[in-house]
Design a protein around this ligand. Structure first.
Ligand code: MLT
Length: 397
């Protein structure tokens, strides 16, 4: 008889973000006509920029033209798009060849698929609080997951513990959910630790474009030694509003080998088996993100989200509440007032001011008592949510 993957039983009943949607819908069903300010799940509110829209239209036209039509696309992605990504890296002072860049259907997909490069017996270390997919995908594969808790004392930027032996390390900077950002020294410690242990870092750089202060690295490859220990996963979801359009890229350096095996060659082979590439039309749209016009237009959108973050920063500063993030990240991570748990604060905000955020404990046990706001809402909604929050925090519970 077929044996299902019983590791599914180790997962929580519902994925965190679905629980948030369900609770919000239940509130709206019980309060018809009320508006809820959604500062929870990090989904973008601004449309794709005009340069991308034009390129998508052009891609559709090409597909109807016998001379410009494209069938299957290369599994690694179109060469000109990979070269455009390599050019983007050059601006950070990072040299990556097009052969090290793989176009994907989004960071989320690759974060799961990449695990096929590793044996099931590898031990995984997740720095927490963490994006829930890191833990879930490894549990499903039957791997042992170690949790390295962060907290206020380390600014939610944990350093490696030399006593912990692990093979696959997850890092996300700017971090989801805390918005905290590693500086060069902090990342160097992780790179040195990984190289010493022969581990591989899966570096989630989905929020790199939100870094405003140039002293913070946007790519792990800005750190010496990262070539031999890190895979970087990036996405246009937040940078260019592609959450519903889907396109990202993953970098696997040619210098990254384990037991004499090239992980770049393995990943290329994996892509040949697992995908027929990302659609031509989407790759055409994505290429526009890297043109001067596209860059200028997405910068304008990023500024809107950064202004949103500033609204929350003002409120939390004014209320004298501990928080991190916001400055170089679209997420703010605050301490809940009056010793409330994240879920208590969630209910309190929804009930009193109709603002939705995400309870910290959804991102790991050490997130208990903290709360995440996303700044991807519309400026109008964000201003109103921030105003309501300021009033509520000013009153006290
Ligand atoms: C979030 O809210 O953390 C985002 O939606 C994560 C994601 O991109 O899936």
């Amino acid at each position: 008889m077929l044996k299902p993957n019983l590791h599914y039983q180790e997962l929580k009943d519902s994925y965190l973000f679905n629980t948030i949607y369900q609770k919000t819908d239940a509130y709206l069903a019980a309060h018809p006509g009320e508006k809820v300010y959604k500062m929870g799940v990090g989904d973008v509110s601004l449309p794709l920029c005009p340069a991308v829209i034009q390129a998508l239209h052009d891609g559709v036209e090409d597909q109807g033209n016998p001379d410009r039509f494209h069938g299957y696309m290369p599994e690694r992605g179109d060469l000109s798009l990979r070269e455009a990504v390599a050019g983007y890296y050059r601006e950070m002072g990072v040299t990556r060849s097009a052969d090290e860049i793989f176009i994907s259907s989004g960071a989320c997909d690759d974060l799961g698929d990449l695990l096929e490069l590793f044996d099931r017996d590898n031990r995984v270390l997740v720095t927490e609080p963490a994006y829930p997919e890191y833990v879930d995908t490894n549990l499903l594969a039957g791997r042992e997951v170690l949790h390295l808790a962060a907290g206020e004392a380390d600014g939610f930027l944990p350093a490696p513990d030399p006593d912990i032996q692990a093979d696959i390390l997850y890092l996300c900077s700017p971090n989801n959910p805390t918005g905290a950002v590693y500086d060069r020294e902090g990342l160097q410690a992780w790179v040195d630790y990984a190289n010493r242990q022969g581990a591989v870092i899966l570096f989630d750089a989905a929020y790199e474009s939100f870094i405003r202060e140039p002293q913070f690295p946007r790519s792990i490859y800005e750190i010496p030694g990262a070539d031999t220990c890190a895979i970087e996963i990036c996405s246009l979801s937040k940078t260019a509003g592609f959450t519903g359009t889907r396109l990202g890229y993953t970098v696997v350096p040619e210098a990254l080998t384990r037991m004499g095996v090239s992980l770049n060659a393995m990943w290329a082979r994996n892509r040949e088996t697992r995908t027929n590439g990302v659609s031509y039309i989407l790759q055409k749209g994505a290429a526009a993100v890297f043109t001067p016009q596209g860059r200028e237009q997405i910068r304008a959108n990023l500024r809107v989200y950064q202004d949103n973050a500033d609204r929350f920063i003002e409120v939390l500063d004014q209320a004298g509440i501990w928080y991190c993030g916001g400055k170089n990240s679209p997420y703010l991570w605050m301490k809940c007032p009056d010793g409330m748990s994240g879920w208590e604060f969630f209910d309190y905000l929804l009930e009193k001011i109709q603002v939705v955020g995400i309870p910290g404990e959804g991102f790991g046990a050490c997130g208990k008592g903290y709360f995440r706001f996303s700044t991807f809402g519309s400026p109008e909604d964000t201003r109103e949510a921030a105003r309501r929050l300021a009033e509520l925090l000013g009153k006290g519970k």
